[in-house]
Ligand binder design. Structure first.
Ligand code: SF4
Length: 109
């Protein structure tokens, strides 16, 4: 969600879980900043909200610095977009809430 004027907006990445903010949530927020900028919206602050926690991203810098911060998930997204399958990186906290866990050969449960 984006709030405020286009020249100085706040981006909020909402998560439905009642728990902590994960690095993947932060990466999604950064990706949202890039997408908003592509639409001409200047994001000056960005936050991730779960039902119980709020995290404010560090200062928002250039697109290049954002891309470098989220290069791993961006590369995975590019692989998926081109029809490939990225390397699995199972982590207990992710696998527990993953909808694919019953079928995934890499799941940690
Ligand atoms: S169950 Fe598989 S797809 Fe889901 S988070 Fe774990 S490793 Fe990734």
């Amino acid at each position: 969600m984006i709030k405020g004027p286009k020249h100085s907006a706040l981006l909020i990445e909402y998560k439905s879980r009642d728990g902590k903010v994960y690095p993947s949530d932060i990466a999604q927020a950064y990706a949202g900043v890039l997408a908003a900028r592509a639409d001409g919206i200047v994001i000056t602050r960005a936050e991730v909200h779960t039902k119980s926690q709020k995290y404010t991203l560090p200062a928002i810098h250039s697109n290049e610095s954002i891309v470098s911060r989220i290069s791993d998930p961006l590369n995975s997204a590019r692989i998926v977009a081109s029809g490939g399958v990225p390397t699995a990186k199972p982590q207990l906290y992710k696998c527990r809430s993953c909808s694919y866990k019953k079928h995934c050969p890499h799941a940690i449960l």
